[in-house]
Design a protein around this ligand. Structure first.
Ligand code: RAM
Length: 375
């Protein structure tokens, strides 16, 4: 209780100075809050999250990791989301005295990641955090890594339960699905209509899980919405532009596009706005990339995301807790993720285990100016 009060006070004080972190608090995340999933870690994390902007790195380094090498392997290069995730990871890993390796394949494929995993095994790193480009295809490479004594966690986009020790998830899957369907229904308005999804790659575990959650939500209550097409822009800007144009051409009555990828939503935002299209947009986007497209008279009335730097930080702390032996990845284990606060490992929907950073946060015309400078 005391902690909560402190959290509110700290946040109130910080909002006035536009400090980072409070915005991803559950207090402000109204649409997400309405759903039932556990939001506790984010709430607890809020003051600490803000503090990480200023805190001395040494404070984060509860365990001395000097002599250790901790790697992150993101989905692909050239995606600012992945860069921010890797930056958060690097910050906490280096603050703990470890060497950080960042690997990013040119395109978001499993093949490229397998090559890089093998390289990291040959380098005898101590831990690998991976944003998987495929749930199953990386299993032989990651199993070999774990057999070699390397600690493996996934982050952002899970690998299957046998390929990892724990997954570091940005937000609950069902909660993201519900939040996105609610947003599509809201922007399409009364009576519903056709909408399409513009995703990343067809193999991306995270997008596929969110889409399945959206479909389950629509099955419960369609709200007059008809999902006419799932298109894949492969987290490449030009491909996402082309796919958006194809959607508009093939579905002239399309009322909305939902893009659960930061690359896709930015591409769609530009296409819809340049064309002055009546088709509206929502999804998951970086405020820094979407500021020009957010607004009642723009292509995207509002969208959602979490702090991509914090998901990297949480993955860094998790990888180090695995290396340090504070956790093994089993359900029920708790540890302190540096300045992000305390986290408990829970059961994941795929039968493995996970940690959840917190609920998604809404970016809209009222707060986009503030957030576009943050991430
Ligand atoms: C893209 C990537 C990433 C996802 C975000 C929302 O940048 O696909 O994995 O989490 O979008």
């Amino acid at each position: 209780m005391k902690k909560k009060l402190l959290s509110v006070l700290l946040c109130t004080a910080m909002i006035s100075t536009l400090l980072v972190g409070c915005g991803s608090k559950t207090e402000e995340a109204a649409p997400a809050e309405a759903a039932t999933e556990e939001a506790a870690p984010a709430e607890e994390a809020a003051p600490a999250e803000a503090a990480t902007e200023e805190a001395a790195p040494a404070e984060a380094a509860a365990t001395d990791m000097s002599g250790k090498t901790i790697a992150i392997l993101v989905k692909s290069a050239g995606n600012p989301y992945n860069e921010k995730e890797a930056a958060g990871f690097q910050e906490v890993v280096e603050a703990a005295g470890a060497t950080c390796i960042i690997k990013a394949p040119e395109s978001a494929t499993a093949e490229a990641q397998i090559t890089m995993i093998n390289e990291l095994v040959a380098q005898k790193v101590d831990a690998i955090a991976i944003a998987g480009n495929d749930a199953d295809a990386l299993q032989p490479a990651l199993t070999a890594a774990m057999n070699a004594g390397i600690k493996v966690c996934s982050v952002d986009s899970a690998v299957n339960k046998d390929s990892r020790m724990v997954h570091v998830n940005q937000a609950g899957i069902d909660l993201i699905g519900q939040t996105l369907v609610n947003a599509v229904a809201d922007i399409v308005g009364e009576g519903g209509g056709q909408f399409a999804i513009l995703s990343a790659t067809s193999q991306a575990t995270n997008q596929n899980a969110w889409i399945a959650a959206m479909e389950a939500e629509l099955e419960k209550d369609s709200r007059g919405l008809e999902l006419v097409k799932i298109a894949y822009g492969d987290d490449e800007f030009q491909k996402s532009v082309d796919e958006t144009e194809a959607l508009l051409k093939n579905y002239p009555d399309l009322k909305a596009i939902c893009a659960p990828t930061t690359v896709g939503i930015m591409a769609a935002g530009k296409v819809l706005q340049d064309k002055g299209s009546a088709c509206k947009l929502t999804g998951l986007g970086l405020p820094s990339e979407m500021a020009d497209y957010i607004g009642a008279d723009k292509s995207c009335p509002y969208m959602f995301l979490w702090n991509p730097i914090d998901i990297g930080r949480l993955a860094g702390y998790t990888a180090m807790a695995l290396v340090g032996g504070q956790i093994t990845g089993a359900e029920g284990e708790s540890f302190t993720a540096g300045t992000l606060g305390d986290y408990t490992i829970v059961a994941a929907a795929d039968g493995g285990t996970e940690l959840i950073l917190g609920p998604p946060f809404e970016f809209n015309p009222e707060n986009i100016e503030e957030w576009k400078t943050v991430y």
